[in-house]
Design a protein around this ligand. Structure first.
Ligand SMILES: Cc1ncc(COP(=O)(O)O)c(C=O)c1O
Length: 373
């Protein structure tokens, strides 16, 4: 029985050989960081997303922190969904901001405009850290962006899951006031470790280059330090891997989409609810999210699937941030996080990757139907 796993590293033998050769070239050149591959990766990424600038970093966690530093979140209340990765919240805290949690809907596992408005009404919100969970951009996200603009609230997009996600002609990471992408090994595209900030502001792009490089504003090497930066650079070999992965991002995403189409058609036919992305131009399909209905037990279902060789990945997310031990001092009101508390521990993400064939997807769909109907 073929095992279907939640992670798939999409590198062909040819690409592995090519990467090894490049590693040799990079080592012989002596330029291990901030060289021609970093520049090429950044300009190709900006071109793909449609932003004026893209600046690489060593992770999305640091990219989000830098965006928070650029927006000067210190002492400000920043709205963020509780249903997100540690990174979105720690970035706000490390930059001196105060996270204020937002509820999510069951339909999209993310906030919507009404939830944001409610949060803004109750708190003096000055910025928003929005998360395109699983690659899903909520249907009213452009309205969210206009609301933020007209209320003088900055909007950071955590697009760690959303490479190749588009809505109404715009890419994730290029709708608000700066986006952060992750190239962690499990993501839609990877550079082993890595992140990218996309922005349309030249000044901010220059500042990101300073923050990632110990606060050196003008010269990458030597020189004076102007900002409280860090060593958050990407290596040249990682940048080269990013160039390779980006060149096949569309094809990797369309293979994920093919699997999602097959699974969702079966679920639909059997009246099983899932987070629908059909309102988008394209979705990265990083995670296909199925909220469980009353009476279904997540552990039993996962165990039964595993028994059939189908291994689910982690959810997005099983434990929301407001219940994470590390964030115990951040205030929240459970009565305002009812969906988050109910569905975070009760949803399933079946294994969907760019390596999922139509046959695999049919097998996943059939097993899901027999367990969830
Ligand atoms: C929503 C979200 N934001 C940010 C990050 C951080 O990404 P990285 O691992 O590149 O720091 C992750 C990583 O899993 C994530 O899921």
């Amino acid at each position: 029985m073929k095992e279907l796993k939640p992670f798939f590293l999409d590198f062909t033998e040819e690409e592995i050989n090519d990467t090894q050769e490049k590693m040799g070239e990079i080592l012989r050149s002596g330029q291990l960081i901030l060289g021609k591959y970093t520049e090429e990766f950044e300009s190709s990424y900006a071109n793909y997303v449609g932003s004026k600038h893209a600046v690489s970093l060593n992770s999305a966690t640091s990219a989000l922190e830098v965006l928070c530093l650029l927006k000067d979140v210190s002492g400000k209340k920043i709205a963020v969904p509780s249903n997100t990765n540690f990174a979105s919240v720690i970035a706000i805290l490390k930059a001196g901001g105060q996270p204020v949690y937002m509820e999510m809907t069951k339909e999209f596992f993310a906030p919507n405009l009404d939830i944001l408005k409610e949060t803004v009404k109750k708190h003096n919100i000055q910025g928003v850290m929005w998360v395109h969970i699983g690659g899903l951009i909520v249907p009213d996200f452009l309205e969210v962006a206009s609301f933020c603009k007209s209320n003088d609230i900055f909007l950071i997009e955590d697009a760690a899951h959303a490479h190749g996600s588009w809505i109404k002609g715009q890419s994730a990471g290029n709708i608000g006031d700066g986006g952060a992408f992750s190239f962690f090994p499990t993501k839609v595209m990877t550079t082993m470790e890595g992140g990218m900030i996309t922005t349309n502001s030249e000044d901010e792009a220059n500042l990101v280059k300073s923050y990632r490089n110990q606060g050196k504003r003008h010269a990458a090497f030597g020189g004076l330090h102007y900002d409280y930066g860090n060593s958050w650079r990407l290596s040249e070999i990682a940048a080269y891997m990013g160039i390779l992965q980006l060149s096949k991002l569309d094809s990797m995403v369309s293979r994920r989409q093919n699997a999602v189409d097959i699974i969702s058609t079966e679920l639909e036919a059997n009246n099983i609810k899932y987070c629908d992305t059909s309102h988008m131009d394209k979705c990265s399909q990083y995670k296909f999210i199925i909220p469980l209905s009353e009476g279904k037990n997540i552990k039993t279902i996962k165990d039964e699937l595993a028994g059939k060789g189908i291994f689910c990945g982690g959810g997005v997310y099983e434990v929301p941030c407001h219940l994470q031990p590390v964030f115990k001092d951040i205030e929240y009101n459970s009565a305002e996080l009812i969906n988050t508390e109910k569905y975070c521990p009760n949803h399933l993400c079946p294994p969907v990757t760019s390596g999922t064939s139509s046959e695999d997807a049919t097998r996943i769909a059939n097993e899901l139907v027999s367990l969830l109907k």
